[in-house]
Design a protein around this ligand. Structure first.
Ligand SMILES: NC(=O)c1ccc[n+]([C@@H]2O[C@H](COP(=O)([O-])OP(=O)(O)OC[C@H]3O[C@@H](n4cnc5c(N)ncnc54)[C@H](OP(=O)(O)O)[C@@H]3O)[C@@H](O)[C@H]2O)c1
Length: 309
């Protein structure tokens, strides 16, 4: 039995579909299990990582557990996004203790790629790394995968980029526009996640998972506009503007400020993979950026109109 936390979220939801297709026995932990789609082979358990409620039951008999939770959400009593790091620390500690007690062999975690130049981490990336350390220290046979942007119709960071292109004819590009990253097709990220608990070589390791193309944020926006078939004029701006820009980006894209602000503070550096160990160990043939975007846009448009197309 494998437990998936964050199953009502983007990555967790996609992973549950993938594991069930393979015929694996899946249990999903959710704060509100009525939000999970009923599926043959899927067992739902109510639980909350912050309070620890339901964890013992959820982990009972599980060999592997996926940790796909973060707390960048509007929180009662918290002012703006200030509390996500302490909530994420508490959630990871609760989970690690419960997984140890239940005899789980391996936790698989998805966090964020860190700046390649060793620069100080943004609060968002520092928190993702702290969660990785808590899980790997408590359960040393675990696997941490680190990704930057996942390209998929429901990926919050990809949706921000698409909404900006869709809704702004003139796209302001602050100083972070030239920083580069290697976005990964959601299907490849989910493939890595599904194989991770079964791969001996991945045990006890932290591996960067990345697509084959390295692009600056400006180039990504340009490629997305091209693939959407719309002309957009970039307006380069000399400063980073994150404190001012994040509420505007949240409002234009319809994503919560509690998510947009921490994500934007991580744009100040190149976020490139340390090496290609993950690709070598798992032997995946990774999809290029353009194919990932075309696939994501096609899925998006099957469910929702994209006004600019
Ligand atoms: N999306 C990307 O591009 C990307 C890229 C790199 C890494 N990642 C990593 O992938 C992981 C999942 O991200 P995502 O994009 O799938 O996030 P998401 O869609 O926002 O999902 C977050 C999930 O966490 C659950 N959750 C939050 N607090 C919880 C708690 N106290 N107890 C139980 N569940 C809780 C949420 O449940 P509710 O539905 O109840 O709120 C939701 O299912 C994160 O670690 C993220 O850093 C994502």
């Amino acid at each position: 039995m494998e437990l998936v936390t964050g199953a009502t979220g983007y990555v967790g939801g996609r992973l549950v579909e993938r594991l069930l297709r393979e015929g694996r026995a899946v249990r999903a932990l959710a704060r509100d299990p009525s939000r999970l789609q009923r599926r043959t082979g899927l067992e739902a358990v109510e639980g909350d990582l912050l309070t620890g409620a339901g964890l013992e039951r959820a982990l009972d008999g599980c060999d592997h557990a996926y940790y796909l939770v973060h707390s960048m959400e509007p929180a009662p009593g918290a002012s703006s996004d200030s509390g996500f790091a302490s909530r994420d620390r508490a959630a990871a500690e609760n989970f690690a203790a419960a997984a140890q007690a239940a005899g789980v062999r391996r936790v698989v975690y998805l966090g964020g790629i860190l700046p390649s130049d060793g620069a100080p981490l943004s609060p968002h990336l520092a928190s993702r790394l702290e969660v990785e350390r808590i899980l790997l220290e408590a359960l040393p046979g675990s696997t941490a995968l680190r990704a930057s942007i996942l390209i998929g119709a429901r990926s919050p960071s990809f949706r921000i980029l698409v909404r900006l292109v869709e809704r702004l004819r003139l796209v302001p590009l602050p100083a972070w526009r030239d920083h580069r990253t290697a976005p990964i097709d959601e299907r490849d990220a989910v493939e890595y996640l599904s194989r991770a608990p079964l791969c001996d070589e991945a045990a006890g390791r932290s591996l960067d998972i990345a697509g084959p193309d390295v692009l600056s944020y400006a180039a990504m926006i340009e490629r997305i506009a091209d693939l959407m078939g719309v002309g957009r004029a970039p307006i380069p701006i000399g400063v980073s503007l994150t404190p001012v820009a994040s509420p505007i980006v949240a409002s234009v894209t319809g994503q919560p400020l509690e998510l947009v602000r921490p994500l934007m503070t991580s744009l100040g550096r190149d976020l490139l993979p340390r090496d290609d160990s993950a690709r070598r160990i798992f032997g995946l043939r990774l999809r290029p950026f353009d194919r990932a975007v075309e696939h994501a846009l096609a899925e998006w448009e099957r469910e929702e109109e994209l006004a600019a197309r």
